[in-house]
Design a protein around this ligand. Structure first.
Ligand SMILES: Cc1cc2nc3c(=O)[nH]c(=O)nc-3n(C[C@H](O)[C@H](O)[C@H](O)COP(=O)(O)OP(=O)(O)OC[C@H]3O[C@@H](n4cnc5c(N)ncnc54)[C@H](O)[C@@H]3O)c2cc1C
Length: 381
C-alpha cells in the first residue's frame, strides 16, 4: 500500500518547524529581506531548538533523524516562513551532508560535533560553481596539486551560498590524472578569502558570495572520498538535497496561496468578493492542485532516497516541478492582489522574487530536464 501519512516523529518535527516558522521566521522575514544580511538571532534560536542539527547522528550530538522525507516536511515550513532565512537554516547541511555521506570516521568525528552545538551557530558551504563552470560542472578549473602530505588548491568559486559566513567549505577541484576531487577546507585556511557578496533579486537573507583560493594547503586527511570521486560526491549530495530545496519552494507557494486566498475572499469589487469570479477562483484552484502535486513529487523523491533506491531523476522532477510551480503560483498571487500585489506593503512580491531564485539555484530547470530526459530515453536513473 502507498502511505501518504507522516509518522509520529515526522509530525512532531513538522509541528516544531511550523511553530518556528510562524513565531520566529515570518515576523522578521521582511526585515532581513530588506537588510540583505544573515538572520543571526533566528539561526541562534534554531540551533538552540535543534532545528539545525536534528538530521545529524546522535553519536555526534545531533538528534539522529536522518530521514530526507522528514527534512522535506521541515523545509516546507521554513519556506513558508521565508525561503531566504530557510536557506540559511539548511546551509549547515551543505557542509555536513557530504561528510556524512562520504567522509571517514575521523573526518566525521572531527567536523560534525561542532555543527551539533546548540549554543553556537555553525554553517557550511558547498563550493562547486566557478565563473566558467555553472551548469557544466565538469568544466571547473580550480586545481589541487599533491605536495607531500598536502594538496595545494588554487582557483575561484562563485555564487556560493554562505560564502563568508561558513565555518567549513566543501571545495571541488581538478586533480591531474584523477579528475574532480572534493576537499574539506576550513574557513580560516591561509589563502582562502572571500571575493565579495552578491546583491540578489530574492532570498536576500541568504548570503551568496565568491571565494578566492590562493595556494590553500589542505592536508591529505581532508580529502573527501577517493581522488577523482568529486563528481559522484556532488551528484549524491544533489540527490539528497534537491527534494529538500523543492520542499522549500512548496512552502513559498503555499504561503502565497494562503495569502491570495484570504485576500480574494475579502476584496470586494463590483459588489462581490473577487473570488466569486471564476477567473480568480480557478487560479486558486490551480495553485491548490499544483502545490499538492509538487509536494507528492517531493515526498516520492525523498522516500526513494530514504530507502536507498536510485532517485536522481525523481529528485530532479521534484526540483523542476516544485520550483516552476512556485514561480507560477507566486506570480498568480501577485495578480490576485492586483496593484497591491506589487507593493511592498504585502508579502507576495517577495515570495515571487524568492521563487525565481529557487528555479536556478542547485541546477536550473533546463539541467533538471536534461537529467529527467536521460531517464526517459534510457530507462536508467
Ligand atoms: C542564489 C544562488 C545560490 C547559489 N549557491 C550555490 C552554492 O552554494 N554552491 C554552488 O556551487 N553553486 C551555487 N549557485 C550556482 C548555481 O548552481 C548556478 O547558478 C546554476 O547551476 C547555473 O549555472 P550558471 O549560473 O553558471 O548558468 P549557466 O550554466 O551559464 O547557464 C545559463 C543558461 O543556459 C542554460 N543551459 C546551460 N547549459 C544548458 C544545456 N546543456 N541545455 C539547456 N540549457 C542549458 C541554463 O539552464 C541557464 O538558463 C548558486 C546560484 C544562485 C543563484
Amino acid at each position: 500500500m502507498i502511505n501518504f501519512e507522516p509518522d509520529e516523529q515526522q509530525l512532531n518535527m513538522r509541528r516544531l518547524a511550523q511553530k518556528f516558522a510562524r513565531n520566529t521566521i515570518r515576523p522578521v522575514a521582511f526585515e532581513y529581506d530588506d537588510a540583505e544580511t544573515p538572520p543571526w538571532p533566528v539561526l541562534a534560536q534554531a540551533a538552540q531548538q535543534g532545528l539545525m542539527s536534528y538530521r545529524y547522528p546522535e553519536q555526534y550530538g545531533g538528534s539522529g533523524i536522518d530521514s530526507v522525507l522528514t527534512a522535506c516536511l521541515v523545509s516546507e515550513e521554513f519556506g513558508w516562513g521565508c525561503a531566504g532565512i530557510g536557506n540559511n537554516l539548511l546551509a549547515g547541511d551543505t557542509g555536513v551532508l557530504p561528510i556524512l555521506l562520504n567522509g571517514n570516521s575521523e573526518q566525521k568525528s572531527r567536523y560534525i560535533p561542532q555543527f551539533c552545538d546548540k549554543k553556537q551557530v555553525r554553517t557550511g558551504a558547498f563550493a562547486l560553481t566557478e565563473p566558467n563552470a555553472g551548469s557544466d560542472i565538469s568544466a571547473i578549473r580550480t586545481t589541487a596539486v599533491p605536495d607531500g602530505n598536502d594538496y595545494v588548491i588554487n582557483g575561484e568559486k562563485t555564487m556560493i551560498t554562505a560564502a563568508g559566513i561558513a565555518d567549513l567549505y566543501i571545495i571541488f577541484a581538478q586533480l591531474e590524472h584523477a579528475g574532480i576531487t572534493a576537499f574539506i577546507v576550513e574557513a580560516d585556511s591561509t589563502g582562502l578569502s572571500i571575493g565579495g557578496t552578491y546583491r540578489k533579486t530574492g532570498m536576500r537573507a541568504s548570503q551568496v558570495g565568491s571565494i578566492q583560493l590562493k595556494n590553500v594547503r589542505v592536508p591529505a586527511s581532508n580529502r573527501l572520498g577517493e581522488e577523482g570521486q568529486g563528481f559522484y560526491i556532488a551528484m549524491r549530495f544533489f540527490e539528497y538535497n534537491r527534494p529538500v530545496l523543492a520542499a522549500l519552494a512548496v512552502g513559498v507557494a503555499r504561503a502565497a496561496y494562503e495569502y491570495a486566498l484570504e485576500y480574494a475572499q475579502k476584496r470586494v469589487q463590483f459588489g462581490q468578493p473577487v473570488i466569486s469570479n471564476q477567473a480568480i477562483s480557478f487560479m486558486l484552484a490551480d495553485m491548490a492542485t499544483e502545490i499538492d502535486a509538487a509536494r507528492l513529487l517531493v515526498w516520492r523523491a525523498a522516500s526513494l532516497v530514504d530507502k536507498n533506491l536510485p532517485a536522481n531523476a525523481q529528485a530532479s522532477m521534484a526540483k523542476v516541478y516544485a520550483t516552476d510551480m512556485a514561480v507560477k503560483a507566486t506570480n498568480n498571487a501577485v495578480q490576485i492582489l492586483g496593484g497591491m500585489g506589487v507593493m511592498r506593503d504585502h508579502p507576495v512580491e517577495k515570495w515571487a522574487r524568492d521563487a525565481k531564485v529557487l528555479q536556478i539555484v542547485e541546477g536550473t530547470g533546463q539541467i533538471q530536464r536534461m537529467i529527467i530526459s536521460q531517464l526517459v530515453s534510457t530507462g536508467k536513473n
